[in-house]
Design a protein around this ligand. Structure first.
Ligand code: SF4
Ligand code: SF4
Length: 238
């Protein structure tokens, strides 16, 4: 994103609109720090600028992935989905991906208002891969891996900054403790915020094995869930 300095009237209205604080005033003109800007286009599409200073031209690779990961309306070409993760991140109703005895995990980087660079996402992905997780093939971060067996993200995007990225993976529930311990360890090397989401399927008696394990590990959690009406309930026949 760019600002036309000859048109800017220094009103400063745009400053609070940038989710990563990339806009600042210099010599009475608004300027965008290109290293920090994630090309989300919020400043432009909000229409906040009274004199239409913002100019956006799609960037070449690898910077082009900034918009793909930062504007939820942009479709990921490699996976055919828009947004940061698959529908199963919030519901188990679409494909029934999470079966009993398995844990689905999402590691969500960069929100709120901080952003994330792929070199940090890469660190966590490689740790997860070393514990044998299966990365979700339709997830946009997986699509950037050189090899999902190693979790290594391709070199040319490592320094790109995005508003947020999500790793999605799956593993047997007995691996949960080792993986949570490894995440705590690698978190010390990650230079942004990230949260961890876990999901598993309740047992027929209504008990929830994941909750018991998290309590044994003294890991605080918040129960969250979402029904996506109309997308199907494949588990009804399982
Ligand atoms: S495109 Fe997004 S990140 Fe870049 S200056 Fe505008 S609001 Fe900020
Ligand atoms: S809203 Fe437009 S005119 Fe006002 S400071 Fe920002 S770029 Fe300049």
């Amino acid at each position: 994103m760019k600002i036309d300095p000859d048109v800017c009237i220094s009103c400063e209205l745009c400053l609070p609109y940038c989710p990563v604080s990339a806009i600042s005033m210099q010599d009475d003109v608004a300027v965008i720090d290109q290293e920090e800007c994630v090309d989300c286009q919020v400043c432009l599409k909000s229409g906040v600028c009274p004199v239409d200073c913002f100019i956006f031209e799609p960037a070449p690779w690898p910077r082009s992935i900034r918009t793909v990961f930062s504007d939820p309306r942009t479709e990921h070409k490699a996976t055919g989905i828009a947004g940061r993760g698959t529908e199963e991140m919030k519901t188990n109703d679409v494909t029934g991906r999470f079966q009993r005895g398995w844990v689905g995990m999402g590691c969500e980087f960069g929100r709120p208002g901080v952003g994330a660079r792929f070199y940090d996402i890469d660190k966590v992905a490689r740790v997860l891969a070393s514990h044998g997780v299966e990365f979700e093939p339709k997830n946009p971060v997986t699509a950037l891996m050189e090899d999902p067996k190693t979790g290594k993200i391709q070199e040319d995007v490592l320094n790109e900054k995005v508003l947020s990225g999500i790793i999605e993976c799956l593993f047997p529930i007995e691996n949960l403790k080792d993986i949570m311990d490894a995440l705590k360890e690698v978190a010390r090397e990650v230079d942004t915020v990230f949260s961890v989401e876990v999901i598993n399927r309740a047992d027929p008696d209504g008990s929830y094995p994941l909750r018991k394990l998290l309590e044994e590990m003294n890991i605080p959690y918040y129960i969250n869930g979402k029904q996506t009406v109309g997308l199907g309930r494949p588990l009804a026949d399982v």
